[in-house]
Design a protein around this ligand. Sequence first.
Ligand code: DQA
Length: 155
Amino acid sequence: MSHPSMAGAKNILVINGPNLNLLGSRETEFYGRDTLEAINTRLVKRAGEGRARLAAYQSNSEAELVERIQQARAEGVDFIIINPAAYTHTSVAMRDALAAVGIPFVEVHLSNVFARESFRRESYFTDLAVGIISGLGARGYELALEFALEYSGKQ
Ligand code: DQA
């Protein structure tokens, strides 16, 4: 997996929460027609061009998502791009995991969560995030990746 020429390369982790495995067929008026696999394929390609390593993870389980975030520190992940999906609005556990590992992250939402039901305006993540992208569809992940590739900890 890790190639010698990639030693010291930036390590980026993309995490997607519940129901995002259904992208492409799920409420396409909000989430578009791209599958998660298609999105991840583009992200891996772009990260490689930027001399970074990118791993993508999706789970419907809050416990597994917490475990994956915890594991990221041991793996030396430098930057996380995360769409916590419905857990955005409920998960203190995932928030605490991100706070515990202290890895900088961008929060991504395909839909504009501020233009929908009022409960979607509340996020347990935004105040810890470096920033948030919401409403730009699958492009949001790609724009977050461009930012992650440039990110040096300073703004
Ligand atoms: C979402 C928005 C959330 O409110 C919703 O629960 C999702 C997806 C988005 O990408 O727009 O599952 O995070």
